[in-house]
Design a protein around this ligand. Structure first.
Ligand code: ATP
Length: 224
């Protein structure tokens, strides 16, 4: 089973990497692909180039077996719709391969705003990272999906290529790329929020040094 963690990774940080590792080992997954977004459909353009975001990911995962970077959204022009990405992954991996799209609970609850969202569970399982005790919705547009797809163990996801929903508790790290960018722009340290090699890269290349105006919580509100 392949896990897909999409994001802007502007920059990648421990809030991405630690949960990803827990899913890789816990499910377990055969492979976890970090999939940087090319052109986010419904949010500001990334602060740094695709080449920098990719280079930081490469440094971050260096030496970690099971992690790899999937650059298909960077290589494709136009908005990076997840439904197109999953269709292209499905073509690459074949109809039978279980694919698990990894989402935070917040992202899962926002799924109905994504482009052609109803197609997404036909292409992949949904692996929802939850806070202990957080519950999947019992009403609203996602209720039917939860009712028919809910799985209570990872094994269920291995038995079909797509369509199941599994929640998984991961270590909660309240780290965001928005905050990291703001700290760097403010001349403050981001050490211990992300891998040392990424911190070095940011400073070597002078990334995020310029403030880009205020980006509040809305900056995290991604619709794919
Ligand atoms: P930004 O602050 O720029 O919006 P971000 O820190 O939220 O960025 P993204 O690259 O947009 O990072 O996130 C990629 C994926 O990782 C999303 O599904 C997001 O929900 C998840 N994610 C980001 N930060 C965390 C975190 N601290 N803990 C768990 N999941 C996270």
């Amino acid at each position: 089973m392949i896990g897909i963690l999409g994001g802007t990774f502007d920059p990648v940080h421990f809030g991405h990497l630690r949960p990803a590792l827990e899913l890789l080992e816990g499910l377990p997954l055969d492979e976890l692909r970090l999939l940087p977004c090319g052109v986010p459909p419904h949010r500001d353009a990334p602060a740094v180039s695709a080449a920098h975001r990719r280079a930081m990911l490469e440094r971050a995962i260096d030496g970690q077996p099971g992690f790899r970077i999937d650059t298909r959204e960077l290589d494709r022009p136009g908005p990076s719709y997840m439904v197109d990405t999953l269709a292209s992954l499905r073509e690459e991996l074949g109809a039978a391969c279980p694919i698990a799209l990894i989402l935070g609970m917040d992202a899962f609850l926002g799924l109905p705003t994504w482009h052609r969202w109803e197609r997404i569970p036909q292409l992949a399982h949904l692996l929802v990272m939850e806070r202990p005790g957080a519950r999947l919705p019992e009403d609203g547009p996602l209720a039917a999906l939860v009712q028919t797809g809910r799985a209570d163990a990872a094994q269920a996801l291995r038995e079909s290529p797509s369509g199941r929903i599994l929640t998984w508790s991961v270590t909660q790290l309240d780290i965001s790329a928005t905050r990291i960018r703001a700290l760097v722009a403010d001349g403050r340290s981001v050490r211990y929020l992300l891998p040392a090699a990424v911190n070095d890269y940011i400073h070597e290349h002078g990334l995020y040094a310029e403030p880009r105006g205020f980006v509040g919580m809305a900056g995290r509100n991604v619709s794919r």
